[in-house]
Structures are given as C-alpha cells and as structure tokens.
Design a protein around this ligand. Structure first.
Ligand SMILES: Cc1ncc(C[n+]2csc(CCOP(=O)(O)OP(=O)(O)O)c2C)c(N)n1
Ligand SMILES: [Mg+2]
Length: 595
C-alpha cells in the first residue's frame, strides 16, 4: 500500500518528537487511526472516556513535560467536546495541538451529518493557527506550522482533516508556484532583556526597603534564581496558584498562595511593600496586589502581552525568568536591613500555626483542611499533585506544603471543574515513575472525573509506579459556590442548585478494580493516607467532609462581611452548623485590620 496522507501525517508528527496522543475514535478520523495502527507502536495512544478529558490531558502533559500536548477527536461532537480542555491550555499558555476529523471534502458545505464549521469553531481557542486540509501536499506545512507555533508561542493550534483526505495517497509538494516546502524543528531562543532595562530594574529594586516578590508558572524553572534574588533583596515571595511548585513551602519567607485562595502573610506583604517584583505570573486579581502608586513595579515575563497588565509597572522586562534573573543578580545590592524579611518570617510562622489550628478544629464529620494537612508530611518525594476547582483548591493552595522536586497544577486561568483526574492521568503518562495525588470535590467527581477512573483502571498496570490516589471530598454540596453565594451575595444556601447526591465513590473504585478507602472519622485520616500512598494499585480515598467549614479569602471587605453576617441570619438550611464553623474560625483571621 502506498503512503496515505494519514501515514505521512504520523511520520511527520514523529519527526517533531510527538510520542503520546490523548484521544477518542470516530469515523471522522478513521483514516488517521488506520495509519496510526500501521505506525506500529511508535506512538502511545491514550484512549479516554470523553474528548474534553483528552484535551485536559494534553494541557497537563504540556505542563508536566514542557512538550507539546496532543489530543485527537472525530468530526462534529468529538471536536466540539475538545473545546473546554483546549481553553484550559490556552488560558494557561500551554502548547497543545488538537487534531480533528471532518466530513469528506465532497460533503463540506452540505449541511451534512456531523459537519461543523470547525475552523470557525476552533478560531478563538486556537487563533494562532487553525487550518483545514484540502489537498495532500498541504499537510506537510500544516503539521510544521501547527507544531512550531504551538511550541514557539505556547499556543493551542488545531488541524482539521476531512476523512476522505486521510486515506488519499500522499504526494510531496511539487516544485511549482503555489506550493510550500517547510521543515521540521524548533528550539527556543535565549530571551534576555537589554542591559539598560536590567539596570533600570536593578535601580528600582535596590531603592526599595520592602520588596515583595510574586512568582507564577513562568518561574517554575527558575527556583534557584528566585531564591538568590529574594535572598539578596531581603524579600518575601508569594506564589500564584500555578507557581506553587516554584519554591518549597518550608522556606520561612515564602508567604504561600495569594488571592481569593491565598494567605494572610501574602496579603500583608502586598499591602505594606514599597516594591513589587512579579516573575512569570498572570495572577488575575489586581486587588490583591499593592494599591496603584504604593509600590514601584518590576515585572519579568516571556510573553509581552502579559506585561504591566495587573499593576502599572515601572520596568517591564520581556524575557525568560531564569535567564533574566541571572542577568539581574549581579546588579542587585544585598539589603543590609533585614527587618522587612524578619517581619515576613514572623507572619509566615504565625500563619502556619493558625492553619494547623484551623485544620484541627473539629467538624462534622471531617474538617476538609485536616485532609490536606495530614497529606503534606506524607507526600512522597517527587510527587505530582493536582487539584480540581472547588473548595479543595483552597486547601490545596493554602494547606498543602510542597517540597522541592515535586510538581503540581490545576486548571488555573479557566478554573474549570473536572480537570484533576485527567491531569493526574496525564501526569502518569508524562512521568510513570512518580507518585500522583489528585484532590477532587464530589461535584467535580460526578461531572466527569469519575468516568475517567475507568481510564486509570485500563492503564495503571503500565505505570512503573502504581501510586495514584484521588482524594474525594464528599460534602454533598457544590460548596465553593455555596460559600460564594453566602459571602458575595449575602444569600443563604440554595438547596436546589447546591446540594448534590451522595455517591459511594470508594465503592465505585472497587467495582472497577481499584482500591477504595472511606473515612468519616478524622482520627483515621493519617492511616488512610499511609495506606493509600503505599497501595499496590490506584486508590480512591473518599472522605466525608463538612460543608460548613468556610473556604473564605484571607481578607474580606467589610461589605462582604456584612453580607455574610446577614446570610447567617437568613433562613439557611445549614444555619446551625455554619454558625458554629463561623464562630470557631472565621472571625479570628479573615478580617485583618478590620477587627
Ligand atoms: C465547568 C465548571 N462549571 C461550574 C463551575 C463553577 N464552580 C466552581 S467550584 C464549583 C463547586 C464544585 O463543587 P465540588 O466539586 O463538590 O467541590 P466543593 O466546592 O464542594 O468542595 C462550581 C459549581 C466551574 N468552575 N467549572
Ligand atoms: Mg462538594
């Protein structure tokens, strides 16, 4: 059989270094799948339960490897299912290539079955490059551009292949007018700002007496450099959610997370600093940064579009974080006065004590903070931790103590539910030897994470290390939103939208051949984690947690506090428990400066 377009496509993808594809079949891609089969094991095709999960996995694969994540779906509904996962990659600046099938070229434009206008559909999420093939000779430059743009610009790209074209004989572009002759390969340049801009940045940072640093995902490869700069400047460092693994939480001057899921030391540091150094972060909430005019701002980001966006920066440095910090370091003076640093360290030490106390507050039946508090010291070396969106993201952000060598992530910019399990699966295909832990709410479990456990059941025996644990916070509530409604709107819990059915997640795990553990007594948590983390197979650890423990921001405004208090007075089906949780911990720490 002569080479088809499908055969050529996979050869080219292989030349680009692609080895793993997350996807789901359909007749829109049968020509590509036949060719994939003929490629004889050169690729790992990971069969998911839902195409959105394939796109989340591609996004997470890119996050955990730095390579392009590839996902694949059939025409029509398969392609449209990809969209949310692709937006996840787009908003977190991840290189992902989506491959979609399409109806035959002769049917396109005919209101044909499963015919969607896919280039238009992908255009927003994959705006940098989306292309529908119409001739064999076009496929070479389509692949080359899609891969190079995804890598070089950290974007989502999309390729659409009509099914008849996939099986057509491949022919290289002839040497003729109207053809392209593209090539394979990309390597990232060294990106360092100009010396005069580094000087300006150093001048601002050297003049500051109280320097606050904020790091994000763009600094994940710059741990040593961030530590060296923070040390010289006597600064504290707050970490945006996607930058949680930049620095270990054991460092006494790391203030932890920032924002709605943040910590009080981060809030205090930003409120009192006179200089802000922001490194590789698109952290969205400006109200958690210094007031405009309060601090001189320096920012480092590889993407020009992210510069001076959240705070008006005096010096915006377009560059790679590690290289730029290395170039900056010799220009920085060691701050002789360490009182600012000492104050931050005091605040951080107090905060950890407060978190421990909060975690140990009794609850009905289990305090969700305790779940994560008990996990931290038990996390194996090099673990990868993922979290879903929901109240567990608060505990992930605040209570989880990350150590050097670990990785973690979640759906950051999109903050989509349903990402933790596909992320945790992708983590295993990226690093089969690393232990993986996912934190997931019960709502997110029901949405789609649960069915993706079937994918785990299918593949786990292939993983060099079997440790893969999903911890389900079973609170029978869409709790994060319940609290947002209480605090932001002053509304009582709306049972019709918020309450969700009780499901025996651990028993579902057992039904499909995984291990299930159920905990409804906080005293059993430590042993449950120990068992889960040493099990010979993947585990669903289901914990019955209390929905009345408030996942509140580190500070809330007076208006929000008033709304909250009026909500506690309104008829709320959970009023009694809520007031108890409130009395125990809310008023102690969430209103800094407003006591
Ligand atoms: C796809 C999607 N739909 C809705 C939301 C809004 N949302 C954010 S958190 C949340 C509740 C999550 O509930 P659950 O998974 O049970 O976690 P909990 O907050 O109860 O711990 C909802 C509905 C979202 N972020 N993503
Ligand atoms: Mg819940």
């Amino acid at each position: 059989m002569s080479e088809t377009v499908g055969d050529f496509f996979w050869h080219r993808m292989h030349d680009w270094g692609v080895r793993t594809v997350f996807g789901y079949p359909g007749d829109g891609v049968n020509g590509l799948l036949g060719a994939l089969q003929r490629a004889n094991g050169q690729f790992k095709f990971v069969q998911v339960r839902h195409e959105e999960m394939a796109a989340f996995m591609a996004s997470a694969y890119a996050k955990f490897t730095g390579e392009v994540g590839v996902c694949m779906a059939t025409s029509g509904p398969g392609a449209s299912h990809l969209i949310t996962g692709l937006y996840d990659a787009r908003l977190d600046h991840m290189p992902v290539l989506a491959i979609a099938g399409q109806q035959a070229r002769t049917a396109i434009g005919g209101h044909y079955q499963q015919e969607l206008d896919l280039p238009s559909m992908f255009k927003d999420v994959a705006g940098s490059f989306v292309c529908q093939a119409s001739a064999p000779a076009q496929v070479r430059h389509m692949v080359d551009r899609a891969m190079r743009i995804a890598q070089g610009r950290r974007r989502v790209t999309a390729l659409v292949f009509p099914n008849d074209l996939q099986e057509a004989p491949y022919a290289e572009p002839p040497r003729a007018h109207g053809t392209l002759h593209s090539g394979v390969g990309y390597s990232a340049p060294s990106v360092v700002p100009r010396q005069q801009d580094l000087q300006r940045a150093a001048e601002a940072l050297n003049a500051g007496k109280k320097v606050a640093i904020l790091v994000g995902a763009g600094a994940l490869h710059a741990t040593d450099e961030v530590m060296a700069v923070a040390q010289k400047l006597g600064a504290g460092v707050a970490k945006a959610l996607l930058g949680k693994a930049v620095l270990p939480d054991e460092l006494p001057w790391v203030t932890g997370s920032i924002g709605l899921l943040g910590t009080k030391p981060s809030w205090d540091m930003m409120t009192h600093c006179d200089t802000l150094l922001m490194i590789g972060s698109g952290f969205p909430y400006s109200e958690f940064l210094p007031k405009e005019g309060q601090a001189r701002g320096v920012q480092i980001d590889i993407e020009p579009e992210m510069l001076s966006l959240r705070y008006p920066m005096e010096v915006s440095l377009n560059g790679d974080s590690a290289e730029t910090l290395r170039a900056l370091l010799p220009l920085l003076d060691e701050k002789p006065d360490r009182s600012w640093r000492a104050r931050i360290e005091r605040d951080v030490a107090e905060w950890w004590k407060l978190l421990e106390a909060r975690a140990k507050v009794s609850a009905n039946p289990v305090n969700p903070q305790r779940v994560v508090w008990e996990l931290s010291p038990r996390l194996p070396e090099r673990a990868i931790i993922t979290s879903d969106s929901g109240s567990c993201a608060n505990w992930f952000a605040r209570d989880l103590k990350i150590r050097r060598g670990m990785m973690c992530s979640l759906s950051g910019g999109l903050a989509s539910m349903g990402a933790a399990v596909p992320y945790a699966i992708a983590a295993k295909f990226a690093h089969p030897d690393r232990p993986v832990v996912a934190l997931v709410g019960d709502g997110a479990m029901q949405m789609n994470n649960m069915s993706e456990l079937i994918t785990v059941a299918k593949y786990w025996r292939e993983w060099a290390n079997p440790t893969w644990v999903v911890c389900v916070f079973n609170n029978q509530d869409l709790n994060q939103v319940t609290w947002e409604q209480r605090v932001m709107e002053g509304d009582p819990k709306f049972t019709a939208t918020q309450q969700i059915p009780d499901v025996p997640y651990h028993r579902f795990a057992e039904l499909i051949g995984l291990r299930g553990i159920f905990v409804d007594n906080p005293d059993n948590l430590a042993a449950a984690w120990d068992t889960a983390l040493t099990s010979d197979r993947p585990v669903v650890l289901e914990v019955k947690t209390d929905p009345e423990v408030p996942p509140l921001p580190p500070h809330i405004t007076l208006k929000q506090a008033q709304a909250f208090i009026s909500a506690t007075l309104a008829p709320d089906p959970n009023e009694a428990g809520m007031l108890m949780g409130t009395a125990k911990e809310l008023l102690s720490a969430v209103l800094p400066g407003q006591k």
